[in-house]
Design a binder for this molecule. Structure first.
Ligand code: AMP
Ligand code: MN
Ligand code: MN
Length: 325
């Protein structure tokens, strides 16, 4: 057990004392969000607790191999009016990130907030927040071990998936010695490391490659070459036969251009709103930039949703990033 042992013990007590939980994560869930939801579900099932897992939208298809991935309900599949008193939120930097699943929270619901974003505002009744963790799944590894039963390959695979995806395949600066130690233990439980890398990081769908090509055709940069970005509209998605999950990883291309400090992906949500994803080469704290727009994230990977048309939002965001250089 680590530094914030009290937080961990409080989380353990929250789970032991209550029953009939709702487990949720953020909208447009990534590998860490899905894996962390399932790792909590796995824990609750071992404890013989009643629980329901819900996400606002669909789970990325490439994660269907995970234990009980098909049991995470899409909000549209839930019984109307059914609400929950005990909520476990994973990988959500702030309350808004749960999206419309908040409608399933009972008035005055108690929330256990498990997360690794430094911008987390401790919205839970109980908070287990470790900004030094590479992934929420890393925190769950400790939480699962705090209960007295061994992990199995299903739980280990979920945790490994969260670590693998949030570290970009054990490459980003959040790949600490602790991450590697945990990953090595997980491999000993029988996790298929190379198979997961192939499935999650190497393989691409045809539509994913089409939307990537289209995005790269629109690659832009500032005159000094220190900020670069691409933008995607719903027409782009439709013409490539792509869906939102096919955008995963595209933001790394502008970020990877030599000389670029901040790479961005702008995704038009509707006539009045745009989602921006930011990646930093290391000198700009993009979590702070995104937080100034009402979003959040990590120093080197963050996001926000802004009101305005694509052109307005791009201009506003590029100006704000320039001020940070
Ligand atoms: P993304 O660009 O969506 O891949 O997100 C990068 C990181 O920032 C992830 O850790 C997200 O959880 C976080 N993030 C993205 N959008 C938001 C937001 N609107 N508010 C808070 N954190 C966010
Ligand atoms: Mn996430
Ligand atoms: Mn995460």
């Amino acid at each position: 057990m680590q530094t914030n042992e009290r937080e961990l013990l409080n989380a353990v007590a929250f789970i032991k004392e209550h029953d009939d939980f709702l487990v949720v994560s953020h909208v447009q869930p990534d590998g860490d969000a899905v894996s962390s939801t399932l790792a909590v579900g796995w824990l609750l099932s071992c404890l013989g607790k009643k629980y329901t897992m819900i996400n606002e939208g669909p789970i990325p298809r490439r994660m269907s191999y995970l234990w009980h991935a098909d049991q995470i309900l899409n909000l549209s599949e839930t019984s109307p009016g059914r609400t929950y008193k005990y909520i476990i939120c994973v990988d959500c930097a702030d309350f808004q990130r749960v999206g419309e699943t908040k409608n399933c929270f009972e008035e005055g619901a108690l929330i256990l907030n498990i997360d690794h974003h430094p911008t987390n505002d401790a919205y839970g009744s109980v908070n287990l927040i470790r900004p030094q963790a590479a992934a929420t799944a890393e925190i769950l590894f400790d939480l699962l071990l705090a209960f007295d039963f061994p992990l199995d390959v299903d739980a280990a695979t979920a945790i490994y998936t969260g670590l693998l995806t949030d570290t970009g395949g054990f490459r980003y600066s959040n790949t600490t010695p602790e991450v590697m130690r945990i990953a090595s233990k997980l491999l000993e439980y029988g996790v298929d490391g190379p198979g997961l890398s192939e499935k999650l990081l190497e393989q691409m769908t045809f539509s994913q490659l089409k939307i990537l090509t289209r995005a790269l055709n629109k690659l832009e940069r500032t005159e000094d070459g220190r900020i670069s970005w691409v933008s995607i509209t719903d027409e782009d998605l439709a013409e490539c036969g792509a869906i939102h999950e096919d955008l995963e990883g595209i933001v790394n291309y502008p970020r990877n251009v030599m000389g670029v400090e901040v790479g961005m992906l702008f995704k038009v949500i509707n006539d009045r709103a745009v989602k921006v994803s930011m990646r930093s080469a290391g000198n700009v704290d993009v979590a702070a930039v995104c937080q100034s727009f009402g979003g959040g994230g990590h120093t080197r990977a963050a996001g926000a949703r802004l009101e305005g048309t694509l052109d307005e939002v791009v201009a506003r965001v590029v100006e704000r990033v320039k001020e940070q250089l």
